[in-house]
Design a protein around this ligand. Structure first.
Ligand SMILES: *Cc1c(COP(=O)(O)O)cnc(C)c1O
Length: 357
């Protein structure tokens, strides 16, 4: 028998077993058609309902108001770093700098106009979310990264902003209720909390489109995909199907409210142990701690135990807890599909390691 594995990978990452089973089954035979999901047209009449249902469920789960479209694209969150300014930056855009991903988004925006950094947490290696910054009212939009996957910081409120807020929610989408009406656009790569890798979700407020004066290449123009319902060209069919299974799973579990309850519970368990354990210390500041990516290091005096703890945790079935190189130490990514049992197993492992030292 193989040992039980607890998947704390940062992304691609854990998915509910039944989501993977349903997707795998459809890859062998799609809805009794005698054909694989992989070998049918995206325009097949039994595939269109997959996209329609995924869009409808996304809208239902996040209570997305009228006037917003949900679209599925390729290119990852990284392509959105350029698509957002391409479509919305006329003169000037404001960016909140909370780490590597935010910095990458700013780099792309600078190709299109002036970029104002409204605040940055770079001074303390992005261990916190800046608060009380001024939002310039003459900027076209404010870009934020709601969850900083690498540093384990998360902005858990929906900001009040005089200009449209464009949010990279790659790693915390569907982990809490969001007031979508406070955003102009929300996007993310699916492989953290929505689906397998290969699809990008975008929620966009339609009346913000079409206001920039530059010509936009067809594929990079959100209007193309809104108008064609994500079917302008061939979308990533299998990842969309997988996303649909996960959206169904979330609904069955009780929706985003249930996801938030579980996320809080998991975070309490893991942060509780980090704060109690004599060996470890959390890296993110208390008020900015992420529920999705929990980052921690060994205390100064125990630094030499780094490799030993990693090997010990691995021997107990923990997967993917090595921290990102920019932070070091450890990172336990606790996305929607992570069980309470998985967090308890990690805690037991930390306690046992502490007892040995
Ligand atoms: C992973 C990640 C990205 C990059 O996503 P890709 O889909 O690989 O381009 C961007 N932003 C955040 C917050 C991420 O966690």
């Amino acid at each position: 028998m193989t040992m039980k594995k607890y998947n704390f990978n940062a992304g691609p990452s854990i998915l509910p077993k039944e989501v993977m089973e349903a997707t795998a089954a459809a890859c062998i035979e799609f809805e009794g058609s005698g054909l694989s999901l992989m070998e049918i047209s995206h325009r097949a009449k039994n595939f269109q309902p997959v996209v329609d249902e995924a869009v409808a469920l996304f809208k239902e789960l996040l209570d997305i108001p009228e006037g917003y479209s949900v679209i599925f694209l390729g290119g990852g969150a990284s392509l959105e770093f350029c698509m957002v300014p391409y479509n919305f930056l006329e003169k000037k855009a404001a960016y909140l700098n909370t780490g590597v991903w935010a910095t990458k988004a700013m780099k792309e925006a600078k190709l299109f106009g002036e970029v104002v950094e409204v605040a940055s947490s770079k001074d303390r290696n992005f261990t916190y979310i800046p608060r009380n910054f001024e939002i310039p009212t003459d900027a076209d939009y404010l870009h934020i990264t709601s969850n900083n996957t690498i540093y384990g910081t998360e902005l858990l409120e929906d900001l009040d902003s005089p200009i449209p807020v464009m949010a990279d929610m790659s790693s915390d989408i569907l982990s809490r209720p969001v007031d979508v009406s406070k955003y102009g656009l929300i996007y993310g790569g699916a492989q953290k909390n929505l689906s397998m890798a290969g699809v990008t979700f975008v929620i966009v407020k339609e009346d913000l489109l079409g206001h920039v004066s530059r010509p936009i290449p067809t594929m990079l123009d959100y209007r193309t995909h809104v108008k064609k319902g994500s079917m302008f060209n061939t979308p990533p069919t299998v990842p969309i199907y997988c996303a649909l299974q996960n959206l169904k799973w979330i609904k069955k579990q009780g929706g985003v409210e249930a996801m938030e309850r579980r996320a809080k519970e998991r975070a309490e368990i893991v942060y509780g142990e980090i704060d109690r354990n004599k060996l470890f210390v959390g890296t993110a500041e208390e008020g900015s701690r992420s529920r999705m990516n929990i980052t921690f290091v060994l205390k100064e005096e125990y630094q030499d135990l780094q490799d030993e703890f990693l090997a010990f945790a691995t021997s107990k079935g923990m997967v993917g807890i090595k921290g990102h190189r920019d932070v070091g130490g450890f990172r336990a990514s606790c996305y929607n599909a992570m069980s309470i049992e998985g967090c308890q197993a990690l805690v037991a492992c930390m306690k046992e390691f502490e007892a040995q030292h």
